[in-house]
Design a protein around this ligand. Structure first.
Ligand SMILES: NC(=O)c1ccc[n+]([C@@H]2O[C@H](COP(=O)([O-])OP(=O)(O)OC[C@H]3O[C@@H](n4cnc5c(N)ncnc54)[C@H](O)[C@@H]3O)[C@@H](O)[C@H]2O)c1
Length: 254
């Protein structure tokens, strides 16, 4: 992949950051796009001259298009996209507001739609056999208490991933997803605190329960997910499209 340019959204933290570090030594160019441009810039400085940071809001189509245009001008056409930016919150279903529902859907579902659609148009314009990897979640396959709005937005990501994969397979474009379980990131730290408060238990108990539910007996690391993203972006997965790979330490088999 040394001639290729890779674009990652949500690259400033957690899973996106680990994916950027995994791609960095293997690719020609790396676009680190995040709402938090400062975090992306810090990572770009760490990764060296092939990486550039860009400000993006995946809920805004113009912003996504701007990033692809700038990437192309500064690094050349993008052939791999990791649509990873996401948000979560936890609330009882009966307390969810319209704003909670819409915010999760705007970033997690519409953000993936915009990022993927702009990517596919870009691949087609350059005749590229592009690859897209979307970050879905275990919550894209199994519902979870307090995460109804989040799970609904992530189920949408898989419906979209499968449909798009079917449409563009004939053009040699592959679209897959990763479904992480309990990943040690700042998102998880926030979720542990919310869940502990909602259930009236200690946060250490919640974290221990995540581990106890995981057959491999530990929390997932961002690097565990990054390796699977790398695989789905590489030629090693040449005959895979429309798939949603679990990176859950064995929690769910479907
Ligand atoms: N942490 C987990 O346990 C877990 C499990 C399954 C799936 N996921 C998914 O993995 C992805 C990454 O999550 P993470 O755990 O690394 O979280 P994180 O909070 O550490 O990182 C998310 C990144 O997305 C960025 N972001 C948020 N809104 C954005 C927007 N509108 N436009 C552009 N960037 C935006 C944030 O600035 C942040 O850098 C998300 O899609 C999340 O839903 C996480």
């Amino acid at each position: 992949m040394e001639q290729e340019t890779v674009l990652i959204t949500g690259a400033g933290s957690g899973i996106g950051k680990a994916t950027a570090r995994a791609f960095a030594p293997r690719v020609g160019g790396l676009v680190l796009a995040d709402l938090d441009e400062g975090a992306a810039a810090e990572l770009a400085a760490e990764l060296g001259s092939t990486a550039i940071a860009m400000d993006i809001d995946v809920t805004d189509r113009d912003s996504v298009e701007r990033v692809f245009r700038r990437a192309e001008e500064e690094l050349g056409p993008v052939s791999v996209v990791h649509a990873n930016a996401g948000v979560s919150s936890m609330k009882r279903a009966i307390d969810l507001t319209e704003a909670d529902w819409e915010y999760n859907h705007a970033v997690n579902a519409k953000g993936v739609f915009f990022t993927n659609q702009v990517a596919v148009r870009h691949f087609l314009a350059y005749g590229l056999s592009g690859r897209i990897v979307n970050t879905a979640s275990l919550a894209a396959k199994v519902g979870a208490p307090f995460l109804g709005h989040y799970a609904a937005s992530k189920f949408a990501v898989l419906g979209w991933t499968q449909s798009l994969a079917l449409e563009v397979a004939g053009q040699g474009i592959r679209v897959n997803a990763v479904c992480p379980g309990y990943v040690k990131t700042s998102m998880q730290d926030r979720e542990v605190e919310w869940e502990a408060r909602l259930r009236g238990v200690q946060s250490e108990q919640v974290r221990q329960e995540y581990i106890d539910q995981t057959p491999l007996g530990r929390l997932c690391t961002p690097e565990d997910v990054a390796e699977v993203v790398l695989f789905l972006a590489s030629g090693a997965s040449a005959f895979m499209t429309g798939q949603a790979l679990n990176v859950t330490g064995g929690i769910y088999k479907g």
